[in-house]
Design a protein around this ligand. Structure first.
Ligand code: G4P
Length: 281
């Protein structure tokens, strides 16, 4: 699911979000656990001030478990509730509801004092494209009730999905833009496959990935591709091309094909459970 954001789209998405935020108690923000910083929207904290906040570290199955823990601690230290999740398999999904209740305990207490009972918590799922918002809504609601491939912002006629007697969820997620003014953010979004491949220089991207993997996860490339790791990313790409028989006409090495293999295998988790950014950075 790839997106082209224009100023008009962004203004519209933001306006929709502001409208919908008035109706809800809790913002459930989905981020990609491999890039928890780069997969956040730059304006979400401003938009969501005064609301209960829950961050779902989704696709945690593809990320480094030690870093998942560190990110969870990091976000908790900033005042968010956090749940690690694999929305696709459903692992961790049972842990979401108790945390939703916990995150809104002040509201429930306020309601109780005013004599309001049984008013459900209302929540909205938000995030940049491709982090797994729709997959999460489907898994959380327990049935296929949202469509994937949706439009920025939220539909006009609001539909609430009843999760149980205590919790309701806006049926359509709020889609927000990433921080793409930052180049390294763009590269990371591209590495995990959240930016259209056609508009990217895949060879350059694969070189950056090779460099990062060698520096931060030494040995994974040797294990997967049987190559000699070094500072020289081009030489590593060349070895991947050789070992995977990426040959083009004239018996030349096909670097683009090797880059595609590398990116595809990284995105599918075949190279390992890898996190591309660390909270301490
Ligand atoms: P969005 O609404 O935020 O745009 O994301 P969506 O749910 O459409 O999910 C985007 C892709 O991420 C989907 O893959 C989905 O299956 C996958 N995904 C979502 N959550 C997880 C997770 O926790 N772990 C893993 N490994 N993948 C997850 P797709 O390529 O579009 O489809 P498919 O390959 O699942 O058929």
């Amino acid at each position: 699911m790839n997106y082209q954001w224009y100023p008009g789209h962004m203004t519209k998405a933001k306006r929709m979000m502001q409208e919908n935020i008035k109706l809800i108690d809790l913002i459930i923000e989905v981020v990609d656990a491999r890039i928890p910083f780069s997969s956040r929207n730059p304006d979400i904290d401003e938009l969501g001030k005064n609301k209960a906040r829950l961050i779902l570290l989704n696709k945690s199955d593809l990320a480094d478990e030690r870093e998942n823990e560190k990110w969870a601690e990091y976000f908790k230290s900033k005042g968010y509730y956090v749940v690690k999740l694999n929305a696709k398999s459903g692992a961790g999904i049972k842990g979401v509801l108790p945390v939703v209740m916990e995150s809104c305990k002040e509201k429930l207490e306020r309601d109780r004092k005013r004599g309001i009972i049984n008013r459900p918590i209302r929540a909205m799922v938000v995030g940049i494209p491709n982090v797994g918002k729709s997959t999460f809504i489907n898994a959380f609601a327990g049935k296929a009730c949202t469509k994937t491939g949706n439009k920025p912002g939220v539909t006009k006629g609001k539909q609430w999905i009843r999760i149980n007697k205590n919790v309701e969820l806006l049926d359509t997620p709020g889609i927000l833009w990433p921080k793409f003014e930052d180049q390294s953010v763009g590269a990371k979004l591209a590495m995990v496959g959240s930016i259209k491949d056609e508009i990217l220089n895949l060879e350059e991207l694969s070189l950056e990935l090779l460099k990062y993997l060698h520096e931060s996860y030494e040995g994974v490339l040797t294990k997967r591709y049987d190559i000699e790791e070094s500072e020289n990313a081009l030489s590593m790409l060349e070895q991947v091309a050789e070992n995977r028989k990426c040959i083009q006409k004239g018996n030349e090495l096909d670097y683009l094909k090797a880059a595609n293999i590398l990116l595809e295998e990284f995105r599918n988790g075949k190279i390992g459970k890898i996190t591309l950014e660390k909270p301490e950075a």
